[in-house]
Design a protein around this ligand. Structure first.
Ligand SMILES: Nc1ncnc2c1ncn2[C@@H]1O[C@H](COP(=O)(O)OP(=O)(O)O)[C@@H](O)[C@H]1O
Ligand SMILES: [Mg+2]
Length: 234
């Protein structure tokens, strides 16, 4: 059984008489532990796809299976519970708790889940060992992004949805964030879906999906997987 499966997803937004078809018959299967990179121009439906996969947005039609269960039929309460248990979100802005230090922010993640993964281990994996006593405002953007990755892992997320995780970062810091994501994937086998408009990032993926106008226009296996430090930037 595949880890996650999307069948013929359509998502329409209605604003007055205006209708936008944000997702137009999208089908996709995800395997446990793979890194999928989704590329596409602005407005092509990337964020909508993530929001629908996580149940943050209701789909107009189609089905979404998670480990064989059709989650698109879940009630609001059930889908919220599902999200809390299984999903980690990594956004461009970090949603961290300013009054807590790095260690404490990650601990909050751990307390949300039933996880008892070793926090020190997680901190080491994302490369924040020397920063764990710092408060959020004392960190760079890339370091903050790595705290949010660590927090999702501490919570025991099975899948991480990353929407432009390096969108606000320069090459050096952006690559550190990608390195943390890849390490987490290797160590904890967390499935990763990474949205980006930076074509260089496709080379860290196991599969590369291209979107345009709400459709998947190509889906290819990446046979030349690279270390984040080796990828071209932009
Ligand atoms: N909440 C919304 N209400 C109305 N239209 C939306 C909403 N969210 C996204 N859209 C539209 O859906 C399309 C896809 O948007 P989005 O998924 O954000 O694209 P991307 O992330 O690839 O830039 C766009 O045309 C956008 O304007
Ligand atoms: Mg977007």
């Amino acid at each position: 059984m595949e880890f996650m499966k999307l069948e013929h997803i359509v998502k329409k937004y209605k604003l007055g008489t205006e209708e936008t078809i944000a997702l137009d018959n999208v089908s996709l299967e995800l395997e446990t532990g793979e890194i999928i990179v989704i590329l596409g121009p602005s407005g092509s439906g990337k964020t909508t796809l993530l929001n629908c996969m996580s149940g943050l947005e209701k789909i107009t039609s189609g089905k979404i299976f998670y480990q064989g269960k059709d989650i698109s039929k879940y009630s609001d309460r059930k889908i919220t519970k599902f999200r809390k248990k299984n999903i980690g979100f990594i956004f461009q802005n970090y949603h961290l708790l300013e009054n807590l230090n790095v260690y404490e922010n990650i601990l909050v993640g751990a307390n949300l889940g039933k996880n008892k993964k070793n926090i020190d281990d997680i901190i080491e994996t994302v490369g924040l060992k020397n920063h764990q006593k710092k408060y959020i405002h004392q960190l760079s953007g890339g370091e903050q992004q790595r705290v949010s990755i660590a927090r999702a892992i501490a919570k025991n997320a099975n899948i991480m949805f990353c929407d432009e995780p390096t969108g606000a970062l320069d090459e050096k810091t952006g690559k550190k964030v990608l390195t943390a994501l890849v390490k987490v994937n290797q160590k904890y086998h967390t499935t990763m879906v990474i949205i980006t408009h930076n074509p260089g990032i496709q080379y860290i993926g196991d599969r590369i999906i291209k979107m345009n106008s709400g459709k998947i226009i190509s889906c290819e296996k990446n046979n030349q997987k690279m270390n984040p430090n080796e990828i071209p930037w932009g």
